[in-house]
Design a protein. Structure first.
Lengths: 224, 84, 734
């Protein structure tokens, strides 16, 4: 099984995902450069890593979404492929229109890095089906622009379609409805500000994140 | 050649934490009559005429890249540069 | 900027404004056999500044041990290199950015981080962690609040964007730093030894490449500026501040590491353009290799029009590096950098003779022997006089009548109160190797693919140094080692930043020479050679020097990850031991500062041999698997050390000591708190013998109980106490 990690100029969590998938899950993982126009044909999932693509200049994710590879990512997503955007990846997915809403500066205006307890609000997705309903998990956050915003109408739709996947238990950044992560309507594209890859090894202080990657792997194994 | 000035700010309904922080600071400095502060982004561009409607082109640039229309609004001023 | 003629320079004594003394200007004339022109005068002023030449500190730095069985590269390169086995090495260095931070804290701090990161990757190492050491005025001062906020933002924004975890640092407050804060940044990198690089440009005909950002007028005279006293001329200082671009640096780093790791065969040398920008990097690379160099300044990528040679050579624009590339491979380098959207431009060639020649618009604008710039700077020693204050006697003994109240008041002291709000503004976890995050004695980073880890810390207690620079210097190194040891590591080397006042003040020179003497002795005892460092003098404003602040950045090796130890008590019923003896050491202490408003008196009680012996016992006990938690005792003494140990897991303790209530706050050195499982009592005591006393137990009840021999009782609730400790500093900095 092969997973693809998109690397943009300024991405900086791509190796964290790479080592985790390789060493803890024995998943073959390839980097796909932002200048490419296609994904490996056998890629089972696309991961958009955290970091500061283009230095977060203009707005986080605003420039990266115009990268050539993003058309292929859109196509992959529209065909039902699993796509996860973490932190800057989430920002890019919203800028690219694959997920609704936008991420603003944290309410405190400061960058915040700390473990954050989350509630699993939807455990029916291919990313979260190994969690219990409403289970509390702890993933670190590390962002300056993670304050999720969407208008009332979008929010109503998110709720109606059960698209809110993770919420903060102690809202650190001002996100509407404590939103930490959402999926698209079809449920195959997940964007989240917290970093599950930083909570997937006991030596780093937590393993709650590991089940998210395991769920992604399991969902693709079933299909094969 | 056109000189284009573009202003991008948060929409009115969106909290502008930087603007709020500046307002608080001004109040602390005794400028208590400052009612509202909006912090935005300002861009200046020089654009060559290429036959396309310049207003439309700038509008596209703003819509696609410079502003996130989920949260931001924009306006622009265009003036023609006298070729030297 | 107008270029004066050589005779105008001489007549108007322009060189004095640039920091060259009369004697130095004369010796330049002697070496050249003529008057230097405008550009040349500028080159010498920059290269002979303290920042580049260490002219005032060189004889003192010679005291430091710099060799050892693990040392692959000592001082003199971008950073030092220490072997950690398996073909890998750790590379680290620290640098001060005090003056830029005082003037423009956000950019000053950001570019401080950017500069030290370039030093690390220029050696071929990937940066794996950043640390810092910050000393500010009292947090009640409005300017200090602003400085702290902006400095922290600058450090965070740069490191976070680069994807280098900021894992540690110290932050202290004292009026002595009000106008001249100390901002020291340290970076640690991991190197495959086969990739190690040096900054040398050898081989006539080889190509000199300029890579990275364009050159502007920012930061001109930065090196000179760092070597001059602060005045109130704000405007001229402001022109010296550079602006950082972490995104450009990330691209530059990836390009350089790609070149080093995958195309080492075409790369001769590489160096950061740091202080004194293009001139220092190019002249040093030439001089080190024993070759000359010709540069065509028209080819230097420029951000502004009409820059004169002086400006181009001395600009400290950020995110630039200089490479020496084998003849015939220029195109390959250009293509590689292009892939990272970074620019690489050939600006010159290495020459057989050892002259350093600059051309602009077809004219030769400077021609000096390269070694005169790099190796011929004068060396100074100054008059030294023991400061009067060291004779002052103060028999201060703290008044502790209500232990609960004193404890709570101590936890509110800005230097003791929790720094979590600051640490949380740094991404401490990116790269997913951070095992122990900021807030413990030392940060611990795993070495991926091995069972090893690296412990790292930055330390200096300027108050001790102010009272006794010699012992304070010993303590700075010892405390760093104590932090490494408490974390389960073995110290392997240090870097330092010597932040002092102006060296021609005899009292300051005394501080500098005594502090370095003490540090050198401690480094010898701990077998921690000094592999890199930097000197920042002239730290004063309004004629008053800052407290002497030799920051020690130490790295330790942890061979087995199971040895990693944190400060936190982990299980109820574990036994609590105090290792080391406690005396009446209050001068320079946090409680003296709190109760008397300042520090004074003699400071004499410190013994390196005891320190080393105690540390060895801790290492032995940890490696025997007998230690659950270890915490070194520092500011606030035993009382503060105990409560710090319970905050993470919100346990309690019941402790009874054969000490007075006042002695709970004594800052006697060489002490640790260790917690041990009851089952391991005998085995542990067999190792530590009478050097450690059992003073109590960890409890599940969340009460913090201490009783003293003068019949005082402390009884606090962990939750409420933690809140005080956690929120005080954030509150004071608001």
């Amino acid at each position: 099984m092969k997973f693809a990690i998109i690397s943009f100029p300024g991405s900086n969590c791509e190796y964290d995902l790479f080592y985790l998938l390789r060493d803890e899950f024995q998943i073959e993982t390839v980097f796909v450069d932002y200048r490419e126009t296609s994904l490996p044909a056998d890629a089972k999932a696309v991961l958009i890593p955290g970091g500061f693509s283009y230095g977060d200049y203009l707005r986080s994710g605003a420039i990266a979404r115009f990268s050539p590879i993003m058309e292929a990512v859109k196509e992959f997503a529209n065909n039902g492929g699993l796509v996860i955007g973490i932190c800057n990846g989430f920002q890019i997915l919203t800028e690219a229109g694959l997920l609704p809403g936008a991420l603003r500066h944290n309410e405190s205006l400061n960058f915040i890095c700390k473990p954050e307890p989350l509630a699993v609000k939807n455990n029916q997705t291919s990313f979260t089906n190994l969690y219990d309903d409403s289970e509390t998990v702890v993933f670190p956050i590390a962002h300056g622009e993670g304050n999720y915003y969407c208008d009332e109408e979008t929010l109503a739709k998110l709720k109606q379609n059960n698209q809110i996947v993770f919420t903060y238990q102690d809202n650190p950044n001002g996100s509407v409805e404590d939103i930490a992560g959402i999926v698209n309507e079809a449920g195959n594209v997940l964007g989240m500000m917290p970093h599950p890859e930083r909570a997937s090894e006991a030596i780093l202080g937590g393993i709650d994140g590991a089940r998210l990657f395991q769920a992604m792997i399991d969902s693709q194994a079933v299909k094969n | 050649m056109f000189n284009v000035k573009i202003f991008v700010t948060y929409k009115e309904s969106i909290l502008d934490p930087q603007g709020e922080a500046i307002k608080t600071a001004l109040h602390r400095m005794d400028y208590t009559n400052v009612n509202q502060v909006v912090q935005g982004k300002y861009f200046e561009m020089q654009i060559k005429h290429n036959g396309q409607d310049i207003n439309e082109e700038v509008d596209q640039i703003c819509d696609q890249l410079l502003a996130n229309v989920n949260t931001e609004s924009y306006r622009f001023e265009i003036s023609e540069l006298v070729e030297g | 900027m107008k270029e004066l003629s050589p005779t105008e320079i001489k007549d108007e004594k322009l060189y004095l404004d640039w920091g060259l003394s009369e004697q130095e200007y004369e010796s330049v004339q002697r070496m050249l056999g003529r008057l230097p022109n405008f550009t040349e005068t500028g080159l010498f002023a920059a290269m002979w500044s303290e920042h580049c030449s260490y002219k005032s500190s060189k004889p003192l730095l010679k005291q430091f041990p710099s060799k050892g069985k693990r040392i692959l590269q000592g001082p003199g390169e971008g950073a030092g290199i220490i072997d950690i086995g398996d073909g890998q090495a750790v590379v680290f260095k620290a640098e001060s950015h005090n003056h830029p931070t005082a003037v423009e804290p956000y950019q000053g701090a950001a570019t401080g981080v950017g500069g030290i990161v370039r030093d690390i990757f220029s050696m071929g190492a990937r940066p794996i962690a950043s640390l810092n050491s910050l000393h500010f005025g009292e947090p009640t001062d409005p300017r200090t609040k602003f400085l702290v906020d902006q400095t922290v933002a600058g450090i965070g924004d740069y490191g976070n964007c680069m994807g280098i975890p900021t894992v540690g640092g110290e932050l202290t407050f004292d009026d002595a730093f009000k106008q001249n804060p100390v901002m020291n940044a340290m970076c640690v990198g991991l190197l495959d030894v086969e990739n190690s690089q040096i900054g040398a440009a050898a081989g006539a005909g080889n190509l000199i490449y300029y890579v990275g950002a364009k050159t502007g007028r920012d930061g001109i005279q930065g090196a000179i500026f760092a070597s001059a006293e602060f005045s109130d001329e704000k405007e001229t200082q402001r022109s010296a501040v550079q602006v950082g671009d972490p995104f450009a640096e990330k691209q530059l780093m990836e390009a350089c590491l790609d070149l080093i790791q995958n195309h080492a065969d075409i790369l001769v040398g590489i160096q950061d353009m740091g202080a004194a920008g293009l001139v220092s990097s190019s002249a040093e690379m030439g001089a080190k290799a024993g070759y000359g160099m010709e540069l065509n300044l028209d080819l230097v990528p420029q951000r502004e029009a009409g820059m004169i040679p002086y400006e181009l050579m001395l600009s400290e624009s950020q995110e630039r590096m200089l490479l020496c590339v084998k003849k015939g491979y220029g195109k390959q380098v250009e293509e590689l950098f292009d892939r990272y959207e970074s620019e690489a431009v050939q600006i010159g060639v290495v020459t057989e003779d050892t002259s350093y020649k600059l051309y602009q618009h077809g004219k030769l604008v400077a021609d000096v022997p390269v070694h005169t710039l790099v190796d011929e700077a004068p060396v100074y020693t100054y008059e030294s006089k023991m400061p009067e204050r060291m004779n002052e006697v103060n028999n201060f003994v703290p008044e502790v009548t209500n232990l609960n109240e004193t404890m709570e008041a101590m936890l509110k002291q800005p230097t003791i109160a929790s720094k979590h709000e600051i640490f949380e503004r740094y991404d401490s976890m990116v790269q997913t190797n951070t095992i122990v995050a900021p807030g413990s004695d030392a940060a611990v980073i795993r070495v991926r693919g091995t069972n090893k880890a690296l412990a790292m810390t930055t330390d200096a207690n300027p108050r001790y140094l102010y009272l006794n620079p010699y012992l304070g210097g010993q303590i700075a190194v010892s405390e760093a080692a104590r932090n490494i040891v408490a974390s389960g590591g073995v110290p392997i080397g240090i870097t330092d930043c010597l932040n002092f006042g102006k060296p021609n003040d005899p009292e300051v020179y005394y501080e500098l020479s005594q502090a370095t003497k003490g540090m050198a002795e401690a480094c010898t005892i701990f077998d921690t050679p000094v592999i890199s460092g930097n000197v920042s003098l002239y730290n004063e404003s309004n004629k008053k020097a800052i407290y002497p602040t030799p920051m020690v950045g130490m790295v330790g090796l942890i061979e087995k990850q199971s040895d990693i130890t944190t400060i936190d008590f982990k299980n109820a019923d574990d036994l609590i031991y105090l290792l080391g003896t406690t005396g009446n050491d209050y001068n320079g202490s946090e409680i003296q500062k709190m109760q008397e408003g300042t520090i004074s008196g003699q400071f004499e009680n410190f013994d390196l041999a005891t320190e080393k012996a105690n540390q060895d016992l801790v290492t032995k006990a940890i490696q025997a698997g007998l230690v659950v938690s270890a915490h070194d005792l520092a500011e606030g003494g035993l009382a503060v050390g105990l409560v710090e140990s319970v905050f993470k897991h919100e346990l309690g303790f019941a402790v009874a000591v054969d000490l007075t209530a006042a002695e709970l706050f004594s800052e006697t050195q060489s002490r640790f708190i260790l917690s041990v499982k009851p089952a391991n009592k005998a085995a542990f005591e067999e190792i530590v013998k009478e050097n450690a006393q059992l003073i109590g137990q960890v409890t599940a009840e969340q009460d913090l109980k201490i009783s003293t021999k003068d019949h005082q009782e402390m009884n606090l609730n962990v939750g409420a106490t933690k809140t005080i400790w956690k929120e005080s500093l954030a509150w004071q900095l608001k």
